[in-house]
Write a protein that binds this ligand. Structure first.
Ligand SMILES: [Zn+2]
Ligand SMILES: [Zn+2]
Length: 275
């Protein structure tokens, strides 16, 4: 079966190593395709996004590598867009020049209406819980609602191909401040899936939380995957690699989960694979 990975971070953002090292490793691992997805530029200092200057360099370099390795692997130039209302640019301002092959849309920072500060769901465990106290008066349900509302807003207002780690808000929580079994929680994720379906977006099964030891289950949960299958929402496997070695981490295990759930194929924005 052919392997691919469209969610990878290199030294252009917060990953390790040059993008060519990812290509070489992917060929070694007999991948059919690889896509790069640096974190999109943001208008404030941060240690994870690509700078505006480097964005152009990256696009140019990816084009060179496409040509250099064209007989060995398919290469796609992507980006992981960080959606933060009022802070992130419109997706189309970055993708508008036509040089990007695909976009992953993700929410990492939750912005409460009318407030400058954001709740970082993807940083340290401590700041995840501190943020619930600081920005939502300790009301975890409100915090989670804001995360999913921002996700829905992203789907409704932006154009992108793949939704990144759709239920990552559960990662640090581990069923403590809120329960993913609550009816309110299930309704929220169902509302997100309805929007995803309407806009024809691919849901990625993202293995990163599991192989870094931060999450006991993949993003999204098996329950959400079952709903995707029922709703005929396309899914794909990505590892969100931050080093070349992570290119296929938990790929095989994720594939087994999808097969067990009943999926017969996995998708990408460019081709499908029977499983
Ligand atoms: Zn992400
Ligand atoms: Zn990522």
């Amino acid at each position: 079966m052919i392997k691919y990975n469209f969610h990878t971070h290199s030294e252009y953002c917060d990953g390790k190593d040059d993008i060519e090292k990812y290509v070489i490793k992917a060929i070694e691992k007999e991948f059919y395709a690889i896509g790069f997805s640096p974190h999109s530029p943001l208008p404030f200092e941060n240690p994870w996004s690509i700078s505006n200057n480097n964005l152009e360099k990256y696009i140019h370099r990816a084009a060179e590598l496409k040509e250099k390795y064209k007989n060995k692997i398919k290469i796609f130039t992507g980006i992981e867009f960080d959606y933060i209302p009022g802070y992130s640019d419109d997706f189309k301002n970055i993708s508008g020049n036509g040089s990007l092959d695909y976009i992953i849309g993700s929410v990492h920072l939750v912005k409460k209406n009318g407030r400058e500060e954001t709740w970082f769901i993807d940083g340290k465990e401590e700041s995840f819980f501190d943020g619930i106290n600081k920005h939502f008066n300790g009301n975890a349900k409100k915090a989670v609602e804001s995360f999913y509302q921002q996700t829905i807003e992203m789907i409704k207002t932006q154009k992108f191909d793949i939704i990144g780690h759709v239920d990552k808000v559960k990662m640090h929580n581990k069923e403590r401040a809120f329960s993913t079994n609550g009816q309110w929680y299930k309704s929220l994720t169902e509302s997100v899936l309805k929007e995803i379906k309407k806009h024809n977006i691919i849901v990625e099964l993202n293995t990163r939380g599991v192989y870094t030891g931060k999450s006991s289950e993949y993003f999204p949960s098996e329950e959400i995957l079952q709903k995707c299958l029922k709703m005929d929402i396309p899914v794909m496997i990505n590892t969100d690699a931050h080093s070349p070695e992570q290119l296929d981490m938990h790929y095989h295990e994720a594939l087994q989960v999808l097969k067990k759930t009943g999926f017969k194929k996995i998708n990408t924005p460019f081709f499908d694979v029977d499983i």
